[in-house]
Ligand binder design. Structure first.
Ligand code: XMP
Length: 305
C-alpha cells in the first residue's frame, strides 16, 4: 500500500463500481478488519450497506455495546443474539478443528438468514492477506474466508482489504477517522473465545475466559502486545480460604508479532504478572491458578486451539 488516502479513494471507487445500485451485507466482528471494510463500503454505498453483528456468545467483554456505539451512524445495524444456539451446537465438541467447523457452520446459518432477509446482492468481507495465506496453507481453517460465499448466492464478494497486512489496515483505519479503540485493537480470532478454551466449550469456561481476557488486555496495554489474552486450560487443585478447590487453570499469553504468522512471547515484568494473577484468581472462585506462557510461535501457535 503506497498511501492510505489514495488507497481509500481507490477502494471506495472500486466498491461503487462493483456494487452499482445493489445492496451489500457485512458481518461486523468489532475488529479492525471488518470495521475498515464496513467503513469503506459505507462511504461507497451508504445505506445500501446492511451491517450485521452476530453475538455468538464467544465475543469479548462488552463487544455488543461497543459495536453499537462505534457504528451508531449506520441506522440499520442488526444484532443477532445467538449465544444459546452456539452453545448447544458446541456441547460435547472437543476437537479444535471440529470446534471451528461447528462455529463456522452455525455462523453461516445465522448470517444466511439475515442475508436472505436483507435481500443483499453482495457480501463485503474484512479478509486480510495473512487470513488468505493461512487458509491456503491449511494451517488453520478461518471461517471468515470459507463457507459463507457458497451458502448464499451472492452476485459478488467484495474484499477491500484483502491485500493488506494488519499494520496497513490500522493505517487505513486511522485515515478513515475510526476511533483508536478500533484502529489499535488487537486481533481477535473468528471463532472467538472458543479457541481460548482447551476442550469442550461451556458457558462457565467462556465466562472465565472472557473475564481473564479482559484483565490481561487491561494489564498488558502499556506493553503494546500484538495479542494478549487468558485461556482456560483445564482443572487443577488450589486452596481458597480454608478449602481445597478443584478449579480452572488460566494461561496468560502476551505476544509480539507483525502479522501473526510468527510471534514472540513477551517478557512481562513480575509485578504485571502478579497483578494479573491476583485479579484473575480474585474475580472467580472457580479459578485455582494462573500460569504464564513463554512459548514463541513456532513451535506453539498464538491461540490454544
Ligand atoms: P495462531 O493461533 O494460528 O493464530 O497462531 C494466528 C492469528 O490468527 C488468529 N486466529 C484466527 N483467526 N479464525 C480467525 O479468523 C481462526 O480460526 C483463527 N485461529 C487463529 C489468531 O488470533 C492470531 O491473530
Amino acid at each position: 500500500m503506497v498511501d492510505a488516502q489514495s488507497f481509500i479513494d481507490e477502494k471506495v471507487e472500486e466498491i461503487r463500481d462493483e456494487v452499482g445500485d445493489g445492496k451489500a451485507i457485512i458481518a461486523l466482528s468489532g475488529g479492525v478488519d471488518s470495521s475498515v471494510a464496513a467503513a469503506l463500503a459505507y462511504e461507497a454505498i451508504g445505506d445500501r450497506l446492511v451491517p450485521v453483528y452476530v453475538d455468538t456468545g464467544l465475543m469479548r467483554k462488552g463487544e455488543t455495546e461497543s459495536i453499537r456505539e462505534t457504528f451508531d451512524f449506520m441506522d440499520s445495524l442488526t444484532v443477532v443474539e445467538a449465544e444459546e444456539r452456539f452453545l448447544v451446537e458446541l456441547a460435547g465438541v472437543t476437537d479444535p478443528e471440529e470446534k471451528r467447523h461447528v462455529i463456522g457452520e452455525q455462523f453461516i446459518r445465522e448470517f444466511e438468514r439475515e442475508a436472505r432477509e436483507a435481500d443483499a446482492d453482495y457480501l463485503v468481507q474484512g479478509t486480510i492477506y495473512p487470513d488468505r495465506i493461512e487458509s491456503e496453507g491449511n494451517i488453520k481453517s478461518h471461517h471468515n474466508v470459507g463457507g459463507l460465499p457458497e451458502a448464499v448466492d451472492f452476485e459478488g464478494i467484495v474484499e477491500p482489504v484483502r491485500d493488506l497486512y494488519k499494520d496497513e489496515v490500522r493505517e487505513v483505519a486511522r485515515e478513515l477517522g475510526l476511533e483508536e479503540v478500533i484502529s489499535e485493537r488487537m486481533p481477535f480470532p473468528g471463532p472467538g473465545l472458543a479457541v481460548r478454551i482447551v476442550g469442550e466449550v461451556t458457558k462457565e469456561k467462556v465466562e472465565v475466559a472472557r473475564d481473564a481476557c479482559h484483565v490481561v488486555e487491561e494489564e498488558t496495554a502499556e506493553h503494546e502486545p500484538w495479542q494478549a489474552f487468558g485461556a482456560v486450560l483445564g482443572k487443577a487443585t488450589g486452596v481458597k480460604g480454608d478449602n481445597r478447590v478443584h478449579g480452572w487453570v488460566v494461561a496468560v499469553r502476551s505476544v509480539e508479532s507483525r502479522d501473526g504468522m510468527t510471534a514472540r512471547a513477551q517478557e512481562l515484568d513480575w509485578d504485571t504478572l502478579q497483578r494479573i494473577q491476583s485479579r484473575i484468581t480474585g474475580m472467580n472462585e472457580n479459578v485455582a491458578r494462573v500460569v504464564y506462557d513463554v512459548t514463541h510461535k513456532p513451535p506453539a501457535t498464538i491461540e490454544y486451539e
